[in-house]
Design a protein around this ligand. Structure first.
Ligand code: DGJ
Length: 515
């Protein structure tokens, strides 16, 4: 049995792999709502958490909860939540709601909120202090870092031997809302000064790398956002480093992305200073104690969803979606996300609305179906996925036939009823757009199909003679990475395609090309 352990392991691909207890781990998460990071709520939600199929609960911990008085820490809530997670047999990612929670300071303790001299606020362009701590303040940074280190030290003391807590999110959707940048006199002086070399050298844009000068001369109209990103990344980097020194556990941040059409003004319609995609390399360089920059992705349209996700799936930063929504579109996009090599996982925000606080609503959410199909398959799936042998096909409005390309084979996922037409049989689409499938090429002639509302067909690769014959088709499921056969399928069950029903299913299919 591997030692309790949780870490990102470097791989030759340049993307680190998330592992727990020595094995690749896929985060299939469910997030407690912001005011449910307490033992009673966690306990009441146990049936809903079980029904969600999640293997990891994302649980907020407010700075105001653990340090109500400066220097006096109370970890009883943390301890009780760890005990609750162990009873529910789920892992935990704690979310550190410190200086930033959705680009505001709502979770800082009252003694921080009240002392605006020691813990200065961001001042907007009109000279008003807003409800966000300034990222240029060393005093605030040190107070947050001290509290975070105390939390991490406590986790080490109570959890290092069991590792129920597998990762910690540092802050939440950091950045500032309500001002493009800090306009206080101290911040103004820094803004008029020279851009630090650590910022310019980390840029992806050659013109910025070569530049020296004031923020405005280097970044023009993007200067306020770049300025805030520099100080926010450094601040969070310092908080993370202090926490990591106390307990070496994987750390990540989550980003409120700005690529969504219409959200173009940093600090106005989205936070200024977060790790938005053009500032991602700078953030990675300035906050090296953070393993992964995750992106909260609620987009229901496939084009912006994948564009946002791809911007965070770069060398050194595997894709991680710490927050997504509850709709069928989110569940489809989850399949796409989880099929990306080295993807850390995904988590649905939140749980209270969809299941009721007492967890009694017997509703199976679309993403629960995904989790049910993938959770036990993960040990089998992940090594093949990271080696490039996995494809996902998802249905979209007007996109009911999705091709996939494998070594030696082409495949097509057809969604909805399959009817003959010009060019052969075609999927007509599902009314609820629920079609999604992950296909794993487990061996040259062997494929795992896991998904819902889909009908698959294989063909020899273009240019290869012959046709594909089904040699053997098993319906089954996984238990701890082992394939368990339920029955073999033949005759009527395979004559019209390899069918994954609306309630979801898994097939292990052996094929051959007959010439
Ligand atoms: C994003 C935040 O990170 C969450 O904590 C929560 O506030 C959701 N938005 C609500 O949609």
């Amino acid at each position: 049995m591997a030692q309790p352990d949780s870490r990102f392991v470097a791989t030759p691909s340049g993307k680190p792999r998330f592992t727990v207890d020595g094995k690749p781990f896929l985060v299939l998460g469910i997030q407690l709502n912001n005011s449910s990071g307490f033992p009673a709520q966690f306990h009441a939600l146990a049936p809903a958490i079980a029904r969600s199929g999640a293997n990891t609960v994302m649980a907020p911990i407010g700075w105001d909860t653990i340090e109500p008085e400066e220097g006096h820490f109370d970890f009883s809530v943390v301890d009780a939540m760890i005990a609750e997670a162990r009873a529910q047999k789920v892992r935990v990612a704690f979310l550190w709601f410190g200086t930033w929670k959705n680009a505001k300071m709502s979770y800082v303790p009252a003694w921080v909120k009240r002392d605006t001299v020691r813990f200065p606020r961001v001042v907007d362009a009109d000279g008003y202090a807003i409800d966000a701590l300034s990222p240029i303040s060393e005093e605030s940074e040190q107070a947050d870092a001290k509290a975070f280190a105390a939390l991490m030290g406590h986790l080490k003391a109570v959890d290092a031997r069991q590792r129920t807590v597998v990762m910690v999110q540092v802050e939440n959707e950091a950045g500032t809302l309500g001002a493009d940048r800090d306009h206080s006199p101290a911040a103004q002086a820094l803004f008029e000064g020279t851009v630090p070399a650590a910022m310019t050298t980390a840029s992806q844009e050659p013109s910025q790398r070569a530049s020296q000068g004031s923020w405005s001369s280097v970044y023009a109209e993007r200067a306020p956002e770049a300025f805030m990103a520099y100080y926010t990344a450094r601040y969070i980097g310092a908080v993370a480093a202090a926490g990591r020194k106390a307990y070496d556990l994987p750390l990540y941040v989550n980003v409120w992305p700005r690529q969504q059409p219409g959200l173009l003004h940093p600090g106005d319609s989205s936070p200024s200073g977060g790790a938005v995609s053009w500032l991602l390399p700078q953030w990675k360089a300035l906050a090296p104690a953070i393993d992964v920059v995750g992106v909260d992705n609620y987009d229901t349209n496939v084009a912006p969803y994948t564009e946002i996700a791809e911007a965070y799936d770069i060398p050194g930063n595997p894709l991680y979606v710490p927050e997504t929504g509850a709709t069928m579109a989110h569940a489809r996009h989850a399949f796409w996300t989880l099929s990306r090599p080295y993807a850390v996982g995904i988590s649905k925000f939140g749980i209270d609305e969809s299941f009721g606080l007492d967890g009694s609503t017997p509703k199976v959410e679309p993403i629960a179906l995904d989790y049910g199909l993938l959770r036990e398959a993960a040990p089998f799936l992940l090594p093949l996925r990271d080696a490039g042998h996995v494809r996902a096909a998802i249905e979209e409005d007007g996109m009911a036939n999705v091709p996939m390309d494998f070594d030696g084979y082409d495949a097509v996922a057809r969604f909805g009823p399959v009817r003959d037409g010009y060019g052969g049989p075609r999927g007509q689409g599902n009314a609820d757009l629920s079609g999604r499938v992950i296909v794993v090429q487990a061996a040259p002639d062997k494929f795992l199909l896991a998904g819902a509302s889909a009908n698959l067909m294989f063909a020899p690769k273009l240019g290869t003679a012959g046709h594909v014959e089904l040699v053997h088709v098993e319906q089954g499921h996984f238990k701890d990475g082992q394939w368990i056969v339920e029955r073999t399928l033949n005759g009527d069950e395979t004559a019209f395609g390899l069918i994954l029903p609306p309630e979801g299913g898994s097939l292990m299919v052996t094929v051959q090309i007959v010439k």
